[in-house]
Design a protein around this ligand. Sequence first.
Ligand SMILES: *Cc1c(COP(=O)(O)O)cnc(C)c1O
Length: 410
Amino acid sequence: MELVNGTYNIGGVAISDLTAMAGLPVYVYDAAVIERQARRLSQAFSGFPHRIMFAAKALTNVNVLAYMRTLGVGLDTVSIEEVHLGLHAGYKPSEILYTPNMESYSELAQAVSLGVQVNIDAISVLERFGHDYGNSVPIAIRVNPHIMAGGNDRISTGHIDSKFGISIHQMRHVQRVVASNRLHVNGLHMHTGSDILDADVFLQGAELLLEIAEQFPDVRFLDFGSGFKVPYKPDDIGTDVELLGERLAARIQAFNATRNQPIEVWFEPGKFLVSEAGHFLVRVNVIKQTTATVFAGVDSGLNHLIRPMMYGSHHEIVNVSNPDGTPRIYTVVGYICETDTFGWDRKLNEVREGDVLAFKNAGAYGYSMSSNYNARLRPAEILVKDGQAHIIRRRETIDDLLATQIKISM
Ligand SMILES: *Cc1c(COP(=O)(O)O)cnc(C)c1O
């Protein structure tokens, strides 16, 4: 988002044009930012064979998935529904990794029949899979390295209490299951959490996975997951992916020198690719002065953007309607009948009823976590690409709310 001559624009399109086109509230994604982030990663990891797989759960609109594919980015999915969306978007099964958790066995079997790369994260599933498929279908194994990492405990996945992956201490057992079923293990995977700033955490995990890989001669890829942190505030820093790439390169090259076939290193960023590309635009319905603060109440809430309420994430807020207004302190809240505070004590250019506010870092886990709570309709989505705005999802209607309900006679 840029301010040019007193007018904010996204990807070169004035915000007033975007809101005229799709109404409010609306999610807007800037393709150029997605491309910048994808290029930055492949540049950072150019010192070794690698593949970037977009974690679809961050932003599942099929147009965004299709755009990722044009950038040479594969797809990381966590449900069969995401696999279907990926195929619908034009992905080939071979470009999709399926990493579910606590999935039903029939769902796993469906993924196999669709031809995607499956990633197994429980020993019981491994046993059943080995019995049914033997070495006819290659699999990856999700390892839990027991590394405590990530922004907070809601988004950490690699620690000792986590439900994800097979414990690194159970690898002997895994090897027994693999050997007795002659399973074909072609990949090893880990994902230790989200918002991981420190490159050392990735390197520590990589080291563990490389050690395990020595025991699996058929492994052709190591998936180091994701969790790359992006800046949320003006003075924030993100994960230094260039430093990580540099330090990994020597290690991977040395490892590959010991293998017949070089391994490929995969990453599956969600947030890194789309967080900064997205803005969520809302309208201010009510300004309410109380004894404690001044509330700016907007035409949205935790039904559209739940991250601040769910795990305390920070989204910068900008009053795009009044760039020259005197800065004042506001508490920005939603319209849901439940406390849904987007941010306390935010300094915004004077906010008036009717103004448009923009939430930054709204590309990842924004729309994809939205709901119809309070029977509110979900917003539209716009993709701005090459200076053109495209509506890629229309706003819902009352008919959408009723579409799946079955009325019985009373
Ligand atoms: C959520 C998730 C990701 C993406 O995490 P980000 O922090 O958004 O980069 C990657 N891999 C798996 C398995 C995930 O569950």
